[in-house]
Design a protein around this ligand. Sequence first.
Ligand code: UDP
Ligand code: MG
Length: 326
Amino acid sequence: MRSVTIVIPVYNEARSIQENLKEILKYARDTADVSVRILVVNDGSSDNTAELVYELSVSEKDIDILSLNRNFGKEAAIKAGLDYASGDAVIVMDSDLQHPPRLLPQMIELWKQGADVVECSKTGCENKTFIQAVLRNFFFIVFELPTGLAIRDQSDFKLLDRKVVAEYCRLPEHTRFFRGLIRWMGYSSAQIYFDVPERSGGNTSWSLFRLARYAVSAIVSFTSFPLHIISGCGLLTFLLSMVFGGKALFDKLSGNAVDGFATVILLILFIGSALMFSIGLIGIYIAQIYDEVKSRPSYIVSRKGTSADTVSHENACTERKEDKMP
Ligand code: UDP
Ligand code: MG
């Protein structure tokens, strides 16, 4: 019988994790000819999320848990889940029921019919403030234009065939943008559309600052286009300076030079801020290269399976090939 692992990254979800996992299990078991297990990746929760999942896994034998040493972020938690998942296909989904579990049987059915990737795309927009909506649109324009990858409706709710998981884990980069990379890999995909429901319990852990940082790292890890904009701006200001410099020289030589103090101040301010912005942008790319060159693992595992298992990341890496969660 073929098997599917559902990877669920969780961070401080104590308020509703047990009910949500039960709800997910209910639909996961509603599939013929496929055995389904859940792998909860506890991304360094500071509340008692991990204890609640361990407690539930005593009665629900289809639940495994992988705990990370600290909060490494959702992308790292997804990567950890994919590294450790043993199923013939892996489904990644959120724990807060905003990725409706009722779609699980349909996703698995599409996979059985031959889809390598089943993508669940959002219809409509989640409840967002005006500022969030503007920033969101700005992000998608900046991301989609240079990369040519349409990810506006995409979510992290996806089913990946084993060969896609293997390819994803083989990618060498550390800074990852899951939904962008899956699109970039270009496997044949089936689409399911869903309305994003309200969060069931607790609050989102994504502040505006955290989202902005995530957006910048997604863009920087996918395209160097912003750097080319700097070169374009440099060329433009050079051409403009030729025109204005020529005119200033002509005025000076013909004795028509005017005071122009305010113009000079404005030009200095404009060029100065453009230079600072450009250096900052280059700095962001250098920081990304620095992070990649250090090659630190994107997560460290503190315990897996049962509370008795405690493994370091190094052991885990060497064990991974034959690793089957209990
Ligand atoms: N999450 C995580 N690590 C983090 C932040 C979030 O594993 O650092 C998990 C979280 O527990 C949830 C999923 O990622 O299962 C989606 O998070 P959330 O609902 O806060 O995001 P939103 O739905 O607002 O995009
Ligand atoms: Mg959510």
